[in-house]
Write a protein that binds this ligand. Structure first.
Ligand code: NAD
Length: 428
């Protein structure tokens, strides 16, 4: 792995550059984030003490439109992580042909250690600190790991208080009652489902004969496990941060979701409840889940889960990256050598930002779509993007990841050059 997450992410850019014809100026511009903001957020804790949290907002590129990207609450959030996530957003939005650049934000915090009131004060403090650099035409926020619709609602409300007007378009993934979009909560998984289905069809895979393991059982992971199981795929393993379970005949995903909502870890689901006797299962570690001999592996937790240290042991035939950056660049090479097809994050998980775009459009128009309309538009977008990537992948004989970057780079290069790269001054 490269020295930083951003350097590792940039290796993907280097790989794709050999297959595109864009100007050197455009390439140079894409190597650096446009703005990186680091803020201190003072929060009055419930016990009366003052605690200062570190927050970030990075706008990587906004050539194709305002910055767009989620806000992550996690103890490991760092400037490097936020920059690399903003880099991915830039390419994801270009790949889906959305009128957005790429951005990302985060706070270094363990949100589970805060009360709800502390979490609200922290979220409002974050907006207070970054308000000058965000806005519906500048940079638009959304949920990411350990943030949700409730937190997005607080953020939109606070931005509206600062600017003394209602500004729903500054944040997507809001509650429906505050201008959120139908279908946003499930959009990432629904988008991933269309990508998986389209590619499986191309490969002649039948859902009923396809086994799946899903790492991470949060917003994205639990929903994709559910949608795949509903469509006949055999989901044999799932895990969360505390560990996982495996059942060869397939897991009962709705029951697992139900018990997980009651704050039980995944391992407890089968053993503490009656299902224990019905479904024969094995408790497995997260590491074991990644090594299972399944047809499809879906990492849907955090970055760098498959690295040079464990890639040799991966046995899945296909990997769909629902998480952002779950595979390091050196692991990419090992998986490629083993003929494991990796469908990259910037395609697989782009359903979330696609419906975020729909939400932003609806906010600007003040006219709201039905869930059927949202899901139909999402399906069209995801299948078109998958077909485009597949076409480049099969015609150029390159990895699916490189193909996705080629498509995104062509769009970014066109936009950067169209804006003028100051060729005039160098006499071209
Ligand atoms: P989430 O916080 O809802 O869920 C994360 C899940 O991962 C939790 O179940 C947690 O227990 C589990 N987890 C954490 N560490 C783990 C580990 N080491 N092994 C196994 N499981 C672990 O987050 P989310 O919104 O579902 O996001 C998951 C991933 O998907 C992230 O990489 C995120 O950037 C990406 N993503 C999410 C969205 C979205 O709309 N939610 C959109 C695009 C990309």
């Amino acid at each position: 792995m490269a020295a930083t997450l951003l350097a590792d992410a940039s290796i993907r850019l280097e790989n794709a550059l050999q297959h595109v014809n864009i100007s050197d100026d455009a390439i140079e511009r894409l190597k650096y984030p446009k703005t990186s903001l680091m803020v201190s957020i003072p929060v009055r804790m419930d016990n009366g003490s003052l605690k200062i949290f570190r927050g970030y907002r990075v706008r990587y590129d906004d050539t194709r439109g305002p910055g767009k990207g989620g806000v992550r609450y996690h103890p490991n959030v760092s400037l490097d992580e936020v920059q690399s996530l903003a880099f991915w957003m830039t390419f994801k939005c270009a790949l889906l042909d959305l009128p957005f650049g790429g951005a990302k934000g985060g706070i270094t915090v363990d949100p589970k250690a805060l009360s709800k009131a502390e979490l609200e004060r922290l979220s409002r403090g974050y907006i207070e600190a970054i308000a000058d650099s965000i806005g519906p035409d500048t940079d638009i926020l959304a949920p990411d790991v350990y943030t949700n619709a409730m937190i997005m609602g607080w953020m939109m409300d606070h931005y509206s208080i600062i600017y003394r007007k209602i500004v729903p378009g500054v944040v997507t993934g809001k509650p429906l009652s505050m201008g959120g979009s139908q279908g946003r909560e499930t959009a990432t998984a629904t988008g991933a489902f269309h990508v998986i289905n389209t590619i499986c069809e191309k490969l002649g895979r039948i859902p009923e004969k396809t086994t799946v393991a899903v790492q991470g059982f949060g917003n994205a992971g639990a929903e994709i496990a559910q949608q795949l199981a509903n469509s006949g795929y055999r989901v044999v393993a799932v895990s969360d941060s505390r560990g996982g379970i495996y059942a060869e005949q397939g897991l009962d995903i709705p029951s697992i979701r139900h018990y997980k909502q009651e704050n039980r870890g995944i391992q407890a689901v089968y053993c503490e409840k009656t299902l224990c006797n019905i479904v024969e299962h094995k408790v497995i570690s997260n590491e074991e889940l990644l090594m299972l001999d399944v047809d499809i592996l879906v990492p849907a937790a955090l970055e760098n889960q498959i690295t040079a240290d464990n890639a040799e042991q991966v046995k899945a035939k296909l990997i769909f990256e629902v998480a952002n950056g779950p595979i390091s660049s050196d692991a990419d090479q090992i998986l490629e050598r083993k003929n494991i097809v990796v469908v990259p994050d910037i395609l697989t998980n782009a359903g979330g930002v696609t419906v975020s775009h729909f939400e932003w459009v609806q906010n600007r128009n003040g006219f709201y779509w039905t869930v059927a309309e949202v899901n139909q538009k999402l399906k069209e977008k995801m299948i078109t993007a998958t077909e485009n990537v597949w076409q480049i992948y099969s015609s150029k004989n390159i990895s699916m990841r490189t193909a996705a970057y080629v498509q995104a780079l062509n769009r970014l290069g066109d936009a950067l050059d169209a804006k003028g790269t100051r060729n005039y001054f160098v006499g071209k």
